[in-house]
Ligand binder design. Structure first.
Ligand SMILES: [Zn+2]
Ligand SMILES: [Zn+2]
Length: 424
């Protein structure tokens, strides 16, 4: 059987050289056989021969690129320190030479000169780049091995190298094993750091949290949706503490400086990881936190109950506790029951069309509520033409205070901030 293909005269087998797309044809042009460093020094394309090469499509004017470039730069520096056979080539989507120069100056790698529009366009077309930032990985034979490297870098940092499918399978199975053997202690205690802190900076041992439902609250003072969500979480926390529930929350700060951390922590009646603690990056990556605020719930057995704590609270408020799947299913059934009495359509003061009641099964789905700017799923009031959706509870609450000018001509806020500590 093995020899059947090669022995058949009707099957054309591509020769190795035809398969061997080369870097030179990709990255140089008739007039140019070099790339440039951030200071303008020329580096011959052939010097990249035999390397794993990342083609980085990005632009300085887009915030997703602004967020990702420093994360990628940190991974790049770490790989260079390990002598990894790796290089990155920036393919600019900037608008002019001076924005390109400024942006390239923030990157420790090579670029195709801004003036070579033709090569940039042909690479864009060849790799069908539809959104930026985009990082395409070519192996040492210049074959594409990965088109989703941005996601992998955010998720696994330097461990994603060399970005092949085999590496991803390996990482996923390692991750699965880690999650399966997860306990609160092996999750939060690393290298002898086996404590969190209270408001007087006192150390609280992780062991004292074992057996409780623990929320890991990823948040930051500079993030408006976090500032808005924290009071809601405080009220829910207080309610359950008053009921003597075994519930604790640990603030995992994505703040950029200690002053921000202190200000953010001040109104929180719970514990925290110290500012800048190295465990924060590890936890962000482990739970793949890409937007904040985020609330991960760990059950009394130390296993992850859900990473959707924030959405569950927005949907069910204090009833969401203890966040288990069975409990949430029960709440959903209860809500389906309750929804039978909701009016089929309703007005909302923020919108000029009538809104219709929909469920996940009847044209609804995950949405951002135009009243409270939080995520929703399941039941909603919707104007399908305008993509306008509101939580049923927000319609009711808005109805109570409909004289308030708050809802007039509202612009929806971005419900997430990017947690830039996630990648590096
Ligand atoms: Zn809402
Ligand atoms: Zn409408």
């Amino acid at each position: 059987m093995e020899g059947s293909i090669s022995s058949s005269s009707t099957v054309a087998v591509a020769s190795p050289s035809a398969l061997d797309r080369n870097l030179k044809s990709l990255l140089s042009s008739d007039e140019r056989d070099f790339l440039i460093t951030p200071t303008g020094t020329q580096v011959k394309v052939e010097e990249l021969h035999g390397m794993t090469v990342g083609l980085y499509f990005a632009a300085n004017w887009y915030f997703q690129c602004q967020n990702f470039t420093p994360v990628l730069a940190s991974v790049y520096e770490q790989l260079k320190q390990r002598d990894a056979n790796f290089e990155i080539v920036f393919i600019s989507c900037d608008e002019d030479q001076s924005s390109f120069d400024k942006y390239h100056a923030t990157m420790p790698w090579l670029a195709i000169p801004f003036s070579d529009l033709k090569t940039k366009k042909s690479l864009n077309d060849m790799f069908q780049v539809e959104g930026i930032p985009c990082l395409i990985i070519l192996d040492q034979h210049a074959h594409t091995v990965q088109t989703e490297a941005v996601e992998l870098i955010y998720r696994y940092g330097v461990w994603a190298f060399p970005f092949t499918k085999e590496r991803v399978v390996e990482l996923e199975s390692e991750e699965k094993a880690k999650h399966e053997s997860q306990t609160l202690e092996n999750l939060i205690s690393i290298d002898g750091r086996d404590f969190v802190i209270g408001h007087d900076n006192e150390q609280v041992p992780i062991s004292s949290l074992v057996g409780k439902t623990v929320g890991l609250y990823f948040s930051a003072q500079w993030c408006p949706p976090c500032v808005k969500f924290t009071p809601r979480l405080v009220s829910i926390y207080d309610t359950h503490k008053q009921n003597n529930e075994d519930f604790e929350i640990v603030f995992v700060s994505c703040d950029r400086d200690e002053a921000g951390f202190l200000e953010c922590f001040k109104p929180m009646p719970w514990l925290a990881l110290p500012f800048g603690d190295e465990r924060i990056k590890g936890l962000s990556r482990y739970f793949n936190i890409q937007g904040i605020p985020a609330l991960v719930i760990i059950g009394p057995n130390g296993k992850t109950v859900t990473r959707e704590g924030r959405n569950l609270i927005n949907l069910h408020m204090e009833k969401a506790y203890p966040f288990t799947q069975d409990h949430i299913l029960f709440l959903q059934k209860e809500m389906d029951e309750e929804a039978k009495s909701f009016p089929r359509s309703s007005h909302h003061s923020g919108h000029h069309h009538m809104l219709n009641l929909v469920s996940a099964a009847s044209g609804g789905g995950p949405f951002i509520c135009c009243e409270c700017d939080e995520q929703g799923s399941g039941w909603a009031y919707q104007c399908i033409d305008c993509g306008y959706e509101v939580h049923p509870k927000c319609i009711r609450e808005a109805g109570k205070e409909s004289s308030s000018p708050k809802n007039k001509d509202r612009v929806r806020d971005d419900p997430f901030c990017t947690c830039s500590s996630g990648g590096a």
